[in-house]
Design a protein around this ligand. Structure first.
Ligand code: SF4
Length: 390
């Protein structure tokens, strides 16, 4: 799909959590519940400014991420979605996703958010093992995940995502299989598996550095990835991205937009966005974000809003590099050669022939008339391929 014709994917960052998980480096804050309502008002204003900056923009996916969007009331979420519907042309079959903590998902809440248009729910499961959830300082248990899935199904959700984390310090292969099997018992339409990263500023990293916890074992994590690939495939899931699997037809359309390097304006504190050749990030602090929107007047040129903190105008070379790197994450689709040539006027294979042929020789990449993509073996070594490409 050509970049200029693509409908938009809107990302909305909700920066509040009830507790800071020990591995998490996202832009999220605890003990700021009193800012939730001013934040919602500021976000609505940011949506209005973005929508008014360019007429008749078509939106095909909306994603409420965070943070913990399920800390917002259904009435607050309804106001946010109404603002989008008023200022953008939201396609009737738009995918509207929301991340959630299982503990927030009562049957009443689920029914209410389904009624206002949320049609895809992501439930942060992370693990089925109590000691791992405790290590993460998660505020839910396995029972609450089961209850949340049951409530989501009876509330009418037919598109659920569950997340799991692997490569946890002291995690065993048996423990990992337990988590996978518990998750599969829920038969979500979509599954994301994330390798634990030790991010700067997190408790988890400090514990590993001080020797309180063993360092994650990369070889074991690779085995966990392989086991998961086999188990999920045998259960009818198709891997379509390095970390994502789905039942056929349930690939996350919002995330596909990122991997195809198509436009995704980001709103809310600490969001990242890309549109009209500009890549940007917004103000991190919820307080400063709210103030910037309260004080905002005048017209802004798309995709700029008063919340933007840093931005760069992308060169053609950067866009090409980003499109290649993101495309290689798509394990089935890969880099579509015709789409790439239409967008940049050059075949990706002509751009990197020697490098691509080297990885084909190693069995890590495959090239055919339509696409360039990683092989199953290449999925495990994708970071090495990405490094050489840039
Ligand atoms: S709930 Fe999610 S966003 Fe919030 S601290 Fe935990 S991992 Fe981070």
């Amino acid at each position: 799909m050509a970049f200029s014709n693509s409908p938009l994917s809107l990302y909305l960052h909700v920066p509040f959590c009830s507790i800071k998980c020990t591995y998490c480096a996202f832009n999220t804050y605890i003990n700021l519940d009193h800012l939730i309502e001013p934040f919602v008002q500021a976000l609505v204003k940011e949506i209005e400014i973005l929508g008014e900056s360019k007429a008749a923009q078509v939106v095909h996916t909306i994603y409420l991420g965070g943070g913990t969007p399920s800390l917002l009331s259904s009435e607050q979420i309804a106001r946010i979605l109404n603002a989008i519907h008023l200022k953008f042309v939201v396609l009737p079959d738009a995918e509207i996703s929301m991340e959630s903590n299982p503990r927030d998902l009562t049957p009443e809440y689920m029914e209410a958010i389904r009624d206002i248009g949320i049609n895809r729910l992501s439930i942060g499961m992370q693990s089925a093992n109590a000691h791992e959830l405790e290590l993460f300082a998660r505020r839910h248990d396995n029972e609450q995940v089961s209850e949340a899935v049951v409530a989501a199904r009876s509330g009418g959700f037919t598109n659920l995502n569950l997340d799991l984390i692997y490569g946890i310090p002291a995690q065993t292969l048996d423990g990992w299989e337990t988590s996978l099997k518990q998750m599969l018992a829920h038969q979500p339409e979509h599954i994301s598996l994330y390798a634990l990263g030790l991010e700067d500023g997190t408790s988890m990293k400090a514990w590993v550095e001080s020797g309180k916890l063993p360092a994650p074992n990369d070889d074991l994590a690779a085995d966990m990835y392989e086991i998961a690939s086999d188990i999920l495939e045998a259960d009818g899931y198709r891997q379509y991205e390095i970390s994502n699997w789905s039942k056929p037809g349930y690939e996350c359309r919002h995330n596909l937009q990122y991997w195809r390097n198509l436009p995704y304006p980001g709103l809310g504190p600490g969001a990242h966005g890309l549109a009209d050749g500009i890549r940007y990030s917004t103000i991190l602090s919820p307080q400063r974000y709210i103030r910037a929107l309260q004080e905002a007047t005048g017209h802004f040129e798309f995709p700029r809003t008063p919340a933007i903190d840093q931005s760069i105008i992308l060169t053609r070379e950067t866009e090409i590099a980003d499109t290649l790197l993101m495309g290689l994450r798509l394990t089935e689709e890969g880099i579509n050669r015709a789409n790439f040539a239409e967008r940049f006027g050059v075949d990706p294979v002509d751009l990197h022939r020697l490098l691509f042929e080297k990885f084909v020789g190693y069995g890590l990449l495959e090239i055919n008339r339509e696409r360039v993509r990683v092989t199953r073996q290449g999925r495990l070594l994708s970071n090495m391929i990405f490094r050489e490409l840039v």
